[in-house]
Design a protein around this ligand. Structure first.
Ligand SMILES: Nc1ncnc2c1ncn2[C@@H]1O[C@H](COP(=O)(O)OP(=O)(O)OP(=O)(O)O)[C@@H](O)[C@H]1O
Ligand SMILES: [Cu+]
Length: 729
């Protein structure tokens, strides 16, 4: 799916709730089912979702609906021979459904609406109001002026309201239409016009604000250049459209140019500002073999790189896609609000009906007064502010995070992050750089002194575990010979095994030596001494026992220390979980100030550690990078993946993906989550309090209809702007 650019539109009051909720209808999908997707420009609001859901739900052969209101896309799972009945059904609701075919770019959005009907509506409403106050014209003139105003500004509202009513649906358009019509019927012409005009204006401002939140994400995509310079078969360089460039092509980047595609540097050297991906604008050195990302900015040097991903599959494209998906998922508060408003709106409607009928009928009330109050109630009844406040806040928060290089995979995590009180961290690559170097070598017998390093390096060379890499690299530096290894095997959490010249060797940690039953107190003494210095120790063994000992040391990232401190300031406890030995774990934990450390953990032990914390009533997040963390990451309430930009799976699988390896992004996430949740609460409280206040005033007969519209629109705009504040964080 390509990102969709949204343009101004006259959405309804409640436009923009991102709600892709998957709706399972009574029929279950069968083997012959297929999925058809449609773009429906007019569908951007839960109001329309309800309409469509009710209509298509009655259509035989339709099994499942998937709504993505943010992008105005509807997915229908069905077994109909053609999509015509679906298109027709949607048409009967006054909306147009355009089938989307894979790979075909979205149709141009409809031309912008003219502004003059709205202006005319405003002038008319004001004119009617003035004429009425000054008694300058007879009633019929005022009526005509008001009518012109209502028709030029509110025809769309009337149309939508009528369709909703026909489908027995009480949405804001229906409420507004009833209120305005009611006002006309009791002769309140100027007010009817003013109400319709103010409502239309409020809608417009709202729609524009929502577009801003939506576009914050798709705007990222515009950071990739349209063209790139590609090498041809004859060695010449040609400017080509980025979209058509194939995998493996060689692209040249000039100083100061933006990178067009993801790739791997094949020549040259430069520094790159990766802020569009990682949110970190400190330039990163790039040279042959390093990865470059579409959308990032090359600085002084020149580079050539080999394309590793098509334009629509670049890291940036996948980030944007992930954020759009996240915007589509309903956050918990939103579900609450949706449920609330399905009860609230009809309840207020019934209440209004009661207010209009009961006092005049049974308590000698004046018909005019009470109908008027009932109409004002209808205006107040609009749950828009409430419905709109949540999505706009979440969408803004997700966008703000993405710009910081924090990819949040759903509003749930953004909303829930503030609840975390414990963070479990993996050691290698998360707290440390994950690039250990060999620091010590000790032969346990004089006769293996010379042969052991080459044997160890031969085994290590077959593994990409950081500890193995360190040993292999040390051998490369010393130009040691490498042996052929047969029957190589990696032993998770322990080390590796393989045959060299017919002899079986093991290279691994203390646990491995224990498992093989080859340990001794004398050996442990040597091990512990090194481990207490924060080094990881592995041993080379043949079948008779340990031959030599290698220690490697990893360095702690400066940013980790700061991140831990920030987490503690936020009141979050930290716990290090590592497969490495306990002594090393504790030494490293002490260096960065982590509260607790547990070592010698297998992947299942890490999972168990998370369970234990849950058992104590904690809300636990986990951050890791390796596969050995996968079960624990999945079990944690929020699983954070590090350095996601370079790894393909992390973006897809983690709950929250940090685009680089800077742990400080986690406290940043927590802070953003806290702000989001407090804005959500502010907005709901604001909306409810003002509504309650207004209901009271109205009931007491002190409110006029356009005060009601002002209040309603005021709250709606207030909550929208409050939500948009997150974009600036
Ligand atoms: N392929 C390997 N080569 C060498 N040593 C290994 C290998 N696999 C595991 N080990 C040893 O086992 C220990 C635990 O490994 P494991 O992969 O479970 O955790 P880790 O990656 O070191 O630490 P963390 O859990 O913090 O990521 C390592 O510290 C290392 O001593
Ligand atoms: Cu031992």
């Amino acid at each position: 799916m390509t990102p969709v650019h949204n343009h101004g539109h006259g959405g309804s009051c409640c436009s923009g709730t991102p709600a892709p909720a998957l709706v399972q209808l009574s029929e279950a999908p069968t083997a012959g089912s297929r999925l058809s997707t449609f773009r429906i420009e007019a569908m951007d609001c839960p109001t329309e979702q309800t309409l469509i859901q009710n209509k298509l739900g009655k259509l035989a052969g339709v099994q499942q609906l998937e709504f993505n209101l943010i992008n105005r896309i509807l997915g229908v799972t069905h077994d109909l021979p053609s999509t015509a009945p679906i298109v027709d059904a949607i048409k009967s609701l006054g909306m147009q459904a355009d089938p989307i075919e894979e790979g075909v770019p979205a149709a141009e959005p409809p031309a912008k609406k003219h502004w003059w009907p709205l202006a005319l509506s405003g002038v008319g409403a004001l004119g009617a109001e003035v004429l009425h106050f000054t008694n300058a014209a007879p009633t019929w003139v005022i009526a005509v002026v008001a009518l012109v105003s209502i028709l030029s500004g509110g025809l769309t509202t009337y149309k939508k309201g009528w369709i909703a009513l026909k489908n027995l649906n009480l949405n804001i358009n229906a409420l507004m239409s009833i209120a305005v019509t009611g006002a006309i019927l009791i002769g309140q012409w100027p007010e009817a016009a003013m109400v319709m005009f103010l409502f239309t204006v409020a809608e417009l401002i709202e729609a524009k604000s929502l577009d801003r939140a939506r576009n914050a994400i798709s705007g990222l995509m515009q950071m990739t250049p349209e063209q790139a310079t590609v090498q041809q078969a004859d060695g010449s360089w040609v400017e080509l459209e980025v979209k058509g460039i194939e995998l493996g092509a060689i692209v040249r980047v000039r100083p100061g140019e933006r990178i067009g595609l993801d790739g791997e540097v094949t020549a040259g050297q430069s520094t790159i500002d990766q802020a569009p991906i990682t949110g970190e604008s400190l330039p990163i050195e790039k040279t042959v073999g390093d990865k470059v990302f579409a959308g990032t900015i090359n600085q002084a040097g020149s580079l050539e790189y080999k394309v590793t991903a098509a334009a629509n599959n670049s890291t940036l494209a996948r980030i944007i896609h992930a954020v759009e998906q996240a915007q589509g998922a309903r956050a918990p508060t939103q579900r609450f609000v949706d449920r609330f408003s399905t009860i609230y709106t009809p309840a207020v409607f019934l209440f209004a009906l009661g207010v209009a009928l009961i006092p005049p009928l049974f308590m000698a009330g004046v018909w005019f007064d009470w109908i008027y109050r009932a109409l004002v109630l209808l205006v107040v009844a609009c749950p828009c502010a409430l419905v709109i406040s949540t999505p706009v806040t979440i969408v803004s928060g997700l966008a703000a995070a993405a710009r910081k290089g924090i990819l949040i995979k759903g509003g749930v995590y953004l909303e829930g992050g503030y609840k975390l009180d414990y963070l479990a961290l993996d050691k290698t690559g998360t707290i440390t750089h994950g690039k250990p170097v060999q620091t010590d070598y000790l032969a346990l017998f004089p006769n293996v002194e010379d042969s052991a390093p080459a044997l160890a390096a031969s085994l290590a060379g077959r593994s990409d575990h950081p500890v193995s890499l360190a040993i292999a690299n040390a051998a490369v530096d010393k130009k040691l010979p490498i042996h052929v290894v047969d029957n190589f095997e990696a032993l998770a959490g322990r080390g590796v095994r393989g045959d060299i010249n017919g002899e079986t060797y093991h290279l691994g940690n203390h646990r491995l030596v224990e498992d093989l039953g080859l340990c001794s107190p004398a050996l442990e003494e040597k091990l512990f001494a090194l481990e207490k210095q924060g080094k990881s120790v592995v041993l080379l063994l043949d079948k008779s026992g340990p031959l030599a000992l290698f220690a490697v040391a990893d360095t702690v990232k400066d940013s980790s220390r700061e991140a831990i401190q920030q987490l503690h300031e936020l009141g979050i406890k930290t716990l290090m979980l590592t497969g490495d030995n306990t002594h090393t774990a504790q030494a490293i934990a002490a260096q960065v100030g982590i509260d607790q450390a547990q070592g010698d953990l297998l992947p299942t032990d890490k999972l168990q550690a998370i369970e234990t914390l849950y058992g104590q009533g904690h809300r636990v997040g986990m951050v890791g990078d390796g596969i050995n963390d996968a079960p624990a990451l999945a079990r944690a309430e929020i699983g954070f993946a590090m350095a996601a930009a370079g790894t393909d799976t992390a973006i897809e699988t983690a709950d929250v993906a940090l685009m680089d390896d800077d742990l400080r992004k986690i406290p940043a996430f927590i802070r953003l989550s806290r702000q989001t949740s407090s804005i959500l609460k502010q907005n709901i409280a604001l909306a409810l309090v003002i509504k309650a206040l207004f209901l009271t005033i109205t009931f007491l007969g002190m409110a006029t209809m356009w005060m009601a519209v002002f209040a309603d629109m005021g709250v709606a705009l207030l909550v929208v702007f409050n939500g948009l504040r997150l974009l600036r964080k």
